[in-house]
Ligand binder design. Structure first.
Ligand SMILES: C=CC1=C(C)c2cc3[nH]c(cc4nc(cc5[nH]c(cc1n2)c(C)c5CCC(=O)O)C(CCC(=O)O)=C4C)c(C)c3C=C
Ligand SMILES: [Fe+2]
Ligand SMILES: [Fe+2]
Length: 337
């Protein structure tokens, strides 16, 4: 019997400093997130980051937390419900960090008699810190505890026409209401080093922009290429005028160079250069979360207005959008045929 597992990033269990610390510990000790040798990672995470960050992050989570819980979890659960409703096979939801765990998701599917899992990391663009860490962990769990289960991984879907159509329709609806001077596509950043590590050719990626426009097998695993391609796909679909949109990268942590341009600097520059009405869409996230609701919806908005901007709007993620739920459902049902 076949089944599907939707996997998102995860959130702390609550906004308490203790729960945020446990969550950040699990998240940042993942070698595909902080990709240094174990002893350096343990020193940086447990010796430095976990001493200060949990308190600051807990405050940020308190600003966006809903009565039902973390927005990311609640929105993922709503999406899961809609997908399950029209799916021909059992569908479970799991989180890479925190709860419900990937192991519990596989256990639930196994208890229903599932022997083949369609694993859907809920990330449109491939990254070592997102898609890869999910597929690696799921296959480890299966190998150890469910050796008779077979997994089929769903690759990053940034180029899937039905995904681009749903994303474009959602953006279009908001643009009609907002009519901004500029539309910024802000993606979660990653350290530049991650991009080079994921280059399967070991020679293509230059991080200077040229490589991402030159066709290469490296692009199957190049987060930067896939982000720019997502923007291009939407811009073509919506006939956006050259110069009326751009791409940037947010959420940098630490001192290493991350993908640029940085969203915070880009937004401040727009305000200083006379852009009055700015809309921001965040297509690296399928569910609204701390990084969209607080970092963009509150921090970036404040900074834009402080620097002379007037109207700042955030376009919601796809969340539990009907068309998006139907698209996921079609992918699952087609695979299950
Ligand atoms: C080295 C650190 C990080 C990398 C690399 C990274 C990549 C990455 N993350 C997401 C999606 C999300 N990240 C979220 C929160 C978050 N991310 C980091 C660090 C890295 N992310 C931290 C420390 C945090 C926690 C919050 C904080 O202290 O700032 C979230 C939100 C989770 C929530 O509960 O709402 C998401 C989603 C992607 C897509 C990505 C690489 C492409
Ligand atoms: Fe992150
Ligand atoms: Fe590239």
């Amino acid at each position: 019997m076949k089944g599907a597992l939707l996997v998102n990033l995860g959130s702390p269990n609550s906004t308490s400093v203790k729960d945020v610390k446990n969550y950040l510990d699990e998240f940042l000790m993942d070698k595909r997130v902080i990709d240094t040798p174990y002893l350096i990672r343990a020193f940086v995470v447990k010796g430095i980051i976990l001493n200060t960050r949990p308190k600051k992050s807990a405050e940020a989570y308190k600003k966006i937390w809903w009565p039902e819980g973390s927005p990311l979890i609640v929105l993922s659960e709503r999406l899961h419900k809609k997908v399950q409703k029209n799916s021909t096979i059992p569908v479970e939801l799991a989180m890479r960090y925190g709860n419900p765990s990937i192991k519990s998701g596989i256990e639930k599917l196994a208890a229903k008699g599932v022997t083949e899992i369609f694993l859907i990391p809920l990330y449109p663009q491939f990254a070592m810190a997102t898609t890869e860490t999910i597929t690696v962990l799921a296959s480890k769990i299966v190998e150890k505890d469910f050796p008779s289960i077979k997994i089929t991984d769903v690759p990053a879907f940034y180029n899937e026409p039905d995904y681009i159509e749903v994303l474009s329709n959602s953006i279009q609806q908001h643009l009609e209401l907002i009519k901004p001077d500029h539309l910024l596509f802000s993606y979660h950043g990653v350290p530049e080093r991650h991009i080079k590590k994921s280059d399967i050719t070991k020679s293509h990626c230059k991080i200077d922009g040229s490589c991402c426009n030159t066709p290469s097998p490296a692009h199957e695993f190049c987060y930067r290429h896939q982000c720019y391609q997502t923007t291009k796909n939407v811009a073509e679909k919506l006939n956006l005028k050259e110069g009326s949109y751009s791409t940037s990268f947010q959420s940098r942590l630490g001192r290493d160079p991350w993908l640029q341009p940085y969203t915070d600097q880009t937004i401040d520059d727009f305000a200083k250069n006379g852009i009055k009405n700015l809309a921001v869409v965040t297509p690296a996230f399928v569910s609204d979360c701390l990084e969209t609701l607080e970092e963009i919806g509150m921090e970036a908005k404040h900074s834009f207005e402080e620097n002379g901007g007037e109207n700042f709007s955030t376009i919601p993620c796809l969340n539990d959008n009907e068309e998006w739920a139907n698209t996921l459902c079609n992918w699952i049902n087609n695979w299950a045929k």
